[in-house]
Design a protein around this ligand. Structure first.
Ligand SMILES: Cc1cc2nc3c(=O)[nH]c(=O)nc-3n(C[C@H](O)[C@H](O)[C@H](O)COP(=O)(O)OP(=O)(O)OC[C@H]3O[C@@H](n4cnc5c(N)ncnc54)[C@H](O)[C@@H]3O)c2cc1C
Length: 421
């Protein structure tokens, strides 16, 4: 039996595996990473590629290697030197290409690819001395399997399916029946690759957060006429939450809140949902001024039809006809894990807050054998939990719990300073 099974091979699962090896003395062979994608980080790479982002929103110290300065050192050596403009201002944010090459290097060096077991978790059993994760494998002949280990980590990321408004589901069904399934897509659909098609002269992008805005800019650069539709004016924030949430400045008070409803309220208020950093705002304004993007703000799609190869969107007293619709409406807010996790919660009485998310200890233990990370850890880690820095926090907490120690305040302060340099 292995020591660890990590469910989810996204940035969180990969970082936690790396920390366990580098800092908790766990040997590589004692870890399995279960993920239904064909490779580790595949979902991250597809979502970031589809969004057209060139630089990360987060600073250079937020990456997947346990060593803080690793990404900056990598940019000056070996494969990292191939990236022409490795960082951008403000906050020294890495190019997506650099970040991905750095992930490749770490995965190769630690041999993490060999720990990947392809499959989708569909059951969880917890015993006194172990956890057992059952999974299905749609691509393989032997369609199911199970992994047992002394400890489990759930690093599931966002729910599998992104947020599809009802009107969009109707258009998908009508356009698929008519043989034009690509008339509408969500940029975060499982398996979706955004390929520009010159026949789609006009494209409506729904949602003007960072991903929708970047998709609009990318398609406009590729020669499409883009309508960017949002419920609100463009919101400009450098990060998706204030940098104070990276360390004790905001987290000290948050950690003292005993009521999970208050923690949920703080998270909701702290997140700058649907916002863009200033350089994306500038690029949007330039495209709007050049006439390649038309921004319709404060609009809601009330209904939509697919007819004659085009999608017609009813926006109050306006009607817009386009060749293609791309949804950038994010992911639903409910807890990931679907029915199998609900079953385990009931069976093992795993504590949850009113909002449905796990109540865990400081070491992110939901049960003596089971840890969580990412979205599932957010009531403990706070508003940055889903981000790359949240993966770092989760990795530190889990390693500290395993080693029976906890972080001291000086280390937290140092991290906060690094974020702000
Ligand atoms: C376009 C985009 C850009 C972003 N840019 C930044 C940024 O610049 N900086 C930053 O800090 N954050 C950023 N984020 C936020 C965050 O860092 C990413 O969403 C990141 O991918 C979260 O990592 P994760 O491992 O929690 O989730 P994911 O990347 O979603 O990985 C979870 C993995 O678990 C697998 N999985 C889920 N359920 C199961 C199951 N039942 N069985 C097996 N496998 C399962 C999934 O298939 C997936 O491979 C960005 C997010 C997006 C969408």
């Amino acid at each position: 039996m292995r020591d660890w099974v990590i469910v989810g091979g996204g940035p969180h699962g990969v970082h936690i595996a790396a920390r366990l090896i580098a800092e908790a003395g766990v040997s590589r062979e004692d870890i399995a990473i279960l993920d239904d994608e064909e490779a580790l980080l595949a979902r991250w790479r597809r979502c970031t590629r589809n969004s057209g982002m060139r630089y990360l929103r987060s600073p250079a110290v937020h990456h997947l290697d346990p060593s803080t300065r690793s990404l900056q050192q990598f940019a000056r050596s070996g494969r990292g030197r191939r990236v022409a403009q490795p960082f951008t201002r403000p906050y020294s944010r890495p190019a997506l290409e650099l970040f991905d090459l750095h992930c490749d290097k770490m995965i190769e060096e630690l041999g993490l690819g060999e720990l990947h077991v392809r499959g989708r978790a569909n059951s969880l059993a917890i015993f006194d001395e172990s956890v057992r994760v059952g999974f299905s494998r749609s691509a393989a002949k032997d369609g199911h399997g199970q992994l047992e280990a002394s400890n489990g980590v759930l690093a599931l990321g966002a729910p599998q399916d992104p947020d599809w408004p009802d009107w969009a589901l109707g258009v998908k069904s009508a356009s698929s029946t008519a043989g034009h399934p690509a008339a509408i897509d969500h940029i975060f659909d499982p398996g979706f690759e955004l390929v520009d098609d010159a026949r789609d002269q006009t494209v409506a992008v729904i949602g003007a957060g960072i991903s929708g805005s970047q998709v609009a800019i990318r398609l406009a650069r590729e020669g499409r006429h883009v309508f960017l539709l949002s419920r609100h004016p463009i919101r400009v924030h450098q990060f998706d939450s204030d940098p104070g949430w990276q360390g004790p400045m905001n987290m000290a008070g948050y950690s003292r809140l005993a009521d999970p409803r208050e923690r949920r309220a703080r998270i909701r208020n702290a997140r700058h949902r649907g916002s863009v950093p200033s350089e994306i705002h500038s690029a949007l304004r330039a495209a709007i001024a050049a006439g390649t993007i038309e921004h319709f703000e404060d609009v809601e799609v009330e209904s939509a039809d697919f007819n004659g190869g085009q999608v017609a969107l009813a926006l109050g007293d306006r009607r817009l006809e386009v060749d293609r619709v791309l949804l950038a409406t994010g992911f639903p807010g409910h807890r990931p894990g679907a029915g199998w996790l609900d079953d385990a919660i009931k069976l093992y009485d795993l504590p949850c807050a009113e909002c449905g998310y796990p109540l865990v200890d400081r070491g992110l233990r939901w049960h003596p054998r089971l840890f969580v990370a990412g979205s599932l850890a957010e009531l403990e880690i706070g508003p940055v939990s889903r981000n790359l820095s949240g993966a770092q926090r989760a990795g530190e907490r889990i390693v500290a719990a395993v080693r029976g120690s906890s972080k001291n305040a000086n280390t937290l302060k140092l991290e906060e300073e690094l974020v702000l340099t």
